[in-house]
Structures are given as structure tokens and as C-alpha cells.
Design a protein around this ligand. Structure first.
Ligand SMILES: *[C@@H]1O[C@H](CO)[C@@H](O)[C@H](O)[C@H]1NC(C)=O
Ligand SMILES: *[C@@H]1O[C@H](CO)[C@@H](O)[C@H](O)[C@H]1NC(C)=O
Ligand SMILES: *[C@@H]1O[C@H](CO)[C@@H](O)[C@H](O)[C@H]1NC(C)=O
Ligand SMILES: *[C@@H]1O[C@H](CO)[C@@H](O)[C@H](O)[C@H]1NC(C)=O
Length: 486
């Protein structure tokens, strides 16, 4: 009978499909247990690691020991973001006690080695099932996918901040810890971001590590990326030092080069969940190539259309990637960093690109395009392009007496009502790609009171920092939005 034959065929097919599925699962599982580790080749990347910002103390960006250097470099930014003077007055939330969130992360550590392995094994074997469930769940809840995390409002919340600004000394730079500076007002700490159309999961270090088990989260970008990285380290640990964390910088070549003030980045591993969080310094995200390797004062070919070598080298190791750039795209930075624009491997001759805004646009589009093609082969990687962090200098720029003296939270409004991003370059570059947008521009624009302002411990007279944020503070919300999308 026809029907019987068909049925037989289907059964045979099913049987083979089942065999193939089992083999595929076994192969994937085996590969995950013994990954093809990228060999660490420091010599090849010598000059990439020795990027101009870190190689020469006199040109260092944010050199803690050089006040002038630090301020000059961290504040000399282009005038991409501007803010109007706040006009609407709202009530000032009072400073409240910070409640320390006590996360019990030790339970993971107390499990015996064999128990742990067993657990891991079970988890790996279950992976396909739970992934399927996850997929179905997402289909049933279109809200999560359609949710625009950038549209919503700031809400006063006594459960913020998620860590104490007095703590987290291992990861939080002193220059960004406003609690240990002279700043007297801290109302900016007690806010949470609430997107209009989606629920935000409550962030806990425990939940984060659970979800990021065996995963590596990489931030690549400038000092604002470093702020987000420090913020995440503090959020995950709750600012406490009791949690065991290993320095795993060496695995990623993040070691201090000779003559450098600091390494090009940091990597930390939480042994309880085998989660790694890292930051790599790349202000422009471009590949930089010294034009004369034997000259310590060499200029660098800044390849506008090539991603920084670190990304190409370690992309296979990342599960989550967050890129950012923006505040180094100005004449001053190009000059001090000795960057020379290159396109297609040759010095740029295109007059249009010589305008720095256009060069930045080319780089952001190039990197998004490159990442998109890489994501095709790495379906497990989640890549985000974080949008521009706004500056709030009023009545001048960083070096002409500009300031951000307002201390009243949300004086200019608490809500973002627009649908699109304020950062049209980043939004346009990721549009239609597999790269997700981490859109924090408009919501951060509402927080002019939350910068370091005049309270920098080492600030020069009259120089205010209206670019970097106090921590704990606004970048914590960026990480909560990130967490909601993981
Ligand atoms: C930790 O995670 C990495 C993947 O990020 C994996 O290769 C490694 O085997 C894991 N280590 C342990 C002890 O499970
Ligand atoms: C490279 O720099 C070295 C040291 O400053 C100099 O002697 C040499 O002439 C330079 N080479 C080129 C090709 O410019
Ligand atoms: C940026 O580059 C893209 C791709 O080349 C182009 O479509 C867009 O118009 C550019 N935007 C600006 C602001 O230059
Ligand atoms: C994204 O692309 C679509 C289709 O090309 C276009 O209609 C839309 O305006 C773009 N959005 C942004 C933010 O560039």
C-alpha cells in the first residue's frame, strides 16, 4: 500500500534523523568540553597591546598619577552631545540608606568537585531541551522581543544602588567613586530605569552568574566602556570582596607592558560559575598599526575599516560582547594618539572622510557589518553596540569652564517618549544586522546630575568632569538593561 510505504520511509528517515541528532549533540558536547583554545601569541600582538594610550606615560589617557594628563585626556571630547538647561523643577528625592543585597553565592562553591562536574554534565545534556523551551517561550511572548528598553522612565527606588560606593574597592576606580570624594549629595543613586513595555528582571549577582555559567562577557571600548565594566563587576559582587574572583587577564594577553601605566584591559573569572567578565581598551575600535616599529614616537595607521586586532583574536572566546566608541573621535585625540586614517590598507585620500564625524560613521558601520558576518557563524554569541554616552557640559566645554552643577535628579524630565535612538549612527549601523543595540543615550541624557562634576578628587581648578558618571550610578542601569537582554 502506498500509505504503508510512505510511513515506512518516514520511519526510516526519522530513525536516521534521530541518529544524526544524537551524533551532532555528542560532537557539540565534546567540543564544548574541549574547546579549540586560541593560542596566546603575545609577540604577534605586541604593538596592538602596546596601544598608544598606554604605551607612553606622557600621552596616557586617564593617567591617575598625572592630574593634567588625566583631565586633559578624559575630558577633551567632541561636542556630539549637548544638553539644554533644565527648566522643569521636580521634588528632590532624599538621600536614603543603602541596603546591601546579601547574595549567597557560596552555595555554588561548597559543592564538591564531583558534584559540580555532575551538575555541569547534566546541564550540558539538558541544554538542547531548555534552549528549545526558551525559544518557544520567546515566541509566546512577543512583548520581550518587541520591547524597546530605551523607552520608559526613571523611577525612584530605595533598592538602588545595587552596591555601596564605599565598597567595591577592588574594581571601582577611585576617580569614579563619588562616595569617597567630597560630593555631599547622593540622591542620584536611588533610581531605577523602567522601560515602558517590558518587565525588567531583578538584577542579582547570583542570578547573573547562574545565567552566565561557563560564559565570557567582554566589554571593548573607551573609558565609558570601562565604567560599565567596573559597574558590572560591582553589581555582580555586590561590591564585596568576600566572593572569590580570579584574575584571568593573562589568558587574554591583558598584562602590563613594559613602561605602561596599566594593562590594556582586565579579565576576572568567578570560579563559582566559571564566568569571565573582561574589558579591553580600544577607544576607536579600529585596528592600530605602528608605522615605524623602531620609533617609540611612531604614528599609527588607524584602519577605519578594520576592527581592533583583539576582537578578531578572541571573538571565539566570547559569549556576550558589548562594544562602544565615540568620545575619542576628535582632532585633539587624533593628534595626541598620533592616529592617521587608513582605508583599504592605504592612507586616506578621501576628503569627505577627513571629516572626523564621517570617519567615525565609516568605522561604526564597518564594525557592525564585520560583526554581523561573524555572528552568522557564531549563533551563540550575543553582540551589542552600546550607543553614545551623553556629555552634559553647560556654559562651555571641559576646557573652557563648562560645568554640570545641577544636583536635582530629573530636573529636565524623567521620561523618554521617542521610539528611535538619539544615536543615529549606531542605530543605523546595527539596523538589519544580527548586532543588537544597547541604547542608553536618551535615558542617560536625562541624568545630568549624575556626573563626577566638580568633585573629582584630583580635579584641576575650574575643570569639571561632565562626561564620566559617578559609580554607583547611571552605568548600573545600562547593565540592568543588558542583563534583561541576555
Ligand atoms: C569554563 O568555561 C569555559 C568556556 O567559557 C570552558 O571552556 C571551560 O572548560 C570551563 N571550565 C570548567 C572548569 O568547567
Ligand atoms: C624609524 O624610526 C627610527 C628611530 O626613530 C629612525 O631611525 C628611522 O629612520 C625610521 N624609519 C623610517 C622608515 O622612517
Ligand atoms: C554612515 O555610513 C552609512 C554607510 O556607508 C551611510 O549610509 C550613512 O549615510 C552614513 N551616515 C552619515 C551620518 O554619514
Ligand atoms: C532601518 O532600516 C529600515 C529599512 O531599510 C528603515 O526603514 C529604517 O528607517 C532604519 N532604521 C534606522 C534606525 O536606521
Amino acid at each position: 500500500m502506498k500509505g504503508g510505504g510512505l510511513l515506512k520511509l518516514t520511519r526510516t528517515n526519522l530513525f536516521f534523523m534521530f541518529i544524526i541528532l544524537i551524533f551532532t549533540t555528542l560532537i557539540i558536547w565534546a567540543r564544548e568540553r574541549t574547546p579549540l583554545v586560541t593560542p596566546f601569541q603575545p609577540s604577534l600582538e605586541h604593538f596592538d597591546v602596546l596601544s598608544p594610550e598606554y604605551a607612553r606615560p606622557q600621552l596616557s589617557v586617564e593617567d591617575d598619577s598625572s592630574v593634567l594628563g588625566k583631565l586633559r585626556n578624559s575630558l577633551s571630547e567632541d561636542a556630539e552631545a549637548t544638553i539644554g538647561t533644565p527648566s522643569v523643577e521636580i521634588s528632590t528625592p532624599s538621600s536614603t540608606e543603602r541596603e546591601k543585597v546579601n547574595e549567597d553565592l557560596k552555595e555554588d562553591l561548597t559543592a564538591s568537585e564531583s558534584e559540580k562536574e555532575h551538575e555541569d554534565l547534566k546541564k550540558d545534556l539538558r541544554a538542547t531541551d531548555s534552549e528549545k523551551e526558551h525559544e518557544n517561550l520567546e515566541k509566546d511572548l512577543p512583548l520581550k522581543k518587541d520591547c524597546n528598553f530605551a523607552k520608559g522612565k526613571w523611577i525612584k527606588d530605595k533598592k538602588r544602588p545595587l552596591y555601596s560606593g564605599f565598597g567595591c574597592q577592588r574594581w571601582l576606580s577611585e576617580m569614579w567613586a563619588c562616595r569617597v570624594m567630597k560630593r555631599p549629595d547622593f540622591s542620584y543613586e536611588n533610581f531605577r530605569w523602567k522601560p515602558e513595555n517590558c518587565e525588567m528582571p531583578e538584577f542579582t549577582g547570583h542570578e547573573f552568574l547562574k545565567r552566565m555559567r561557563h560564559k565570557t562577557i567582554a566589554f571593548v571600548g573607551d573609558s565609558l566602556g570601562r565604567q560599565q565594566f567596573q559597574s558590572l563587576m560591582c553589581m555582580v559582587t555586590g561590591g564585596k570582596t568576600s566572593l572569590p574572583v580570579e584574575d584571568s587577564g593573562r589568558e587574554f594577553g591583558l598584562v602590563k607592558a613594559r613602561g605602561a601605566i596599566r594593562p590594556n584591559g582586565w579579565a576576572y573569572r568567578f570560579p563559582s560559575s566559571n564566568t569571565t567578565i573582561l574589558f579591553y581598551w580600544s577607544a576607536s575600535l579600529c585596528e592600530l598599526q605602528p608605522l615605524n616599529k623602531s620609533n617609540p614616537a611612531t604614528y599609527y595607521a588607524m584602519h577605519l575599516d578594520r576592527p581592533v586586532t583583539f576582537l578578531k583574536q578572541f571573538l571565539d572566546r566570547f559569549d556576550v560582547l558589548i562594544l562602544n566608541t565615540g568620545h575619542h573621535w576628535n582632532r585633539g585625540k587624533f593628534k595626541t594618539n598620533r592616529w592617521e586614517m587608513y582605508v583599504n590598507g592605504t592612507p586616506n585620500t578621501n576628503k569627505r572622510l577627513a571629516a572626523i564625524g564621517n570617519a567615525k560613521n565609516l568605522t561604526i558601520y564597518s564594525i557592525a557589518k564585520w560583526l554581523d558576518s561573524e555572528l552568522l557563524r557564531r549563533p551563540k554569541l550575543k553582540a551589542f553596540f552600546r550607543t553614545l554616552s551623553p556629555r552634559h557640559f553647560v556654559n562651555g566645554d571641559w576646557n573652557t569652564g563648562g560645568s554640570c552643577d545641577n544636583t536635582v535628579p530629573l530636573a529636565g524630565g524623567s521620561e523618554v517618549v521617542q521610539d528611535g535612538s538619539s544615536d543615529i549612527v549606531t542605530a543605523g549601523a546595527v539596523n538589519g544586522t544580527r548586532v543588537k543595540i544597547l541604547d542608553i543615550t536618551a535615558l542617560s541624557q536625562l541624568r545630568d546630575e549624575a556626573h563626577i562634576s566638580k568633585y573629582s578628587a584630583k580635579s584641576l581648578k575650574g575643570v569639571h568632569d561632565c562626561l564620566h558618571w559617578c559609580l554607583p550610578g547611571v552605568p548600573d542601569a545600562w547593565n540592568e538593561i543588558l542583563f534583561a537582554q541576555l
